[in-house]
Design a protein around this ligand. Structure first.
Ligand SMILES: [Zn+2]
Length: 183
């Protein structure tokens, strides 16, 4: 939403070093970072945009993104994208909502898109859903299962709406969970 450049600068990541972008879904706050606020392409050396097959249409419906059409690489759940990187469907929030699991063997982190929108409420009550979910019933089931699995396996979660630093683990608490951000 106009701040990706600053955020990458703060994290000491040079946008020109990025050659592949993996999208979780095509809501504006998840795709518009492909463009800088002045309209330039954010990643000068981009060779590929990984996107769920079911999300391609909504991506291309955004006229400002048409210029990236030739870079789109449609994927499906279960695709192994690199040695340690797996595409994992996390349906319900948006067409083709896709997560990405990075496994080192010792540890794993799941980039979980918008499974959690409102951390203050949805960790404690994973059944809570809202209008921004395409299918509230499917999103609810996805979130309940994902949190259960992540707590059981001690998987790191990285989510776009988790607040700083956006990465942490979930632990069971009461009827739900609490989020423990990475130090
Ligand atoms: Zn979203």
């Amino acid at each position: 939403m106009g701040h990706l450049g600053e955020a990458m600068d703060e994290a000491s990541i040079d946008p020109s070093s990025v050659t592949v972008v993996a999208l979780t879904h095509t809501h504006l706050d998840h795709v518009n970072g492909l463009l800088a606020p002045d309209g330039r392409e954010m990643f000068a050396n981009l060779t590929k945009i990984l996107i769920a097959k079911d999300a391609v249409k909504s991506f291309l419906d955004k006229s400002e993104l048409e210029r990236f059409r030739h870079l789109l690489a449609p994927i499906t759940s279960g695709d192994r994208l690199a040695d340690h990187l797996l595409a994992v469907a996390i349906p319900g929030h948006a067409p083709g909502h896709m997560g990405y699991r990075l496994d080192t063997g010792d540890d794993s982190i799941l980039f979980c898109g918008d499974v959690i929108h409102v951390p203050a409420a949805q960790f404690a009550q994973p059944e809570l859903t809202w209008d921004y979910d395409d299918s509230q019933a499917v999103a609810r089931a996805t979130r309940i299962k994902l949190l259960q699995d992540a707590a059981g396996a001690r998987t790191w979660l990285a989510g776009a709406h988790l607040g700083r630093p956006g990465i942490g683990k979930v632990v069971e608490e009461g009827q739900g969970y609490s989020f423990v951000p990475v130090a």
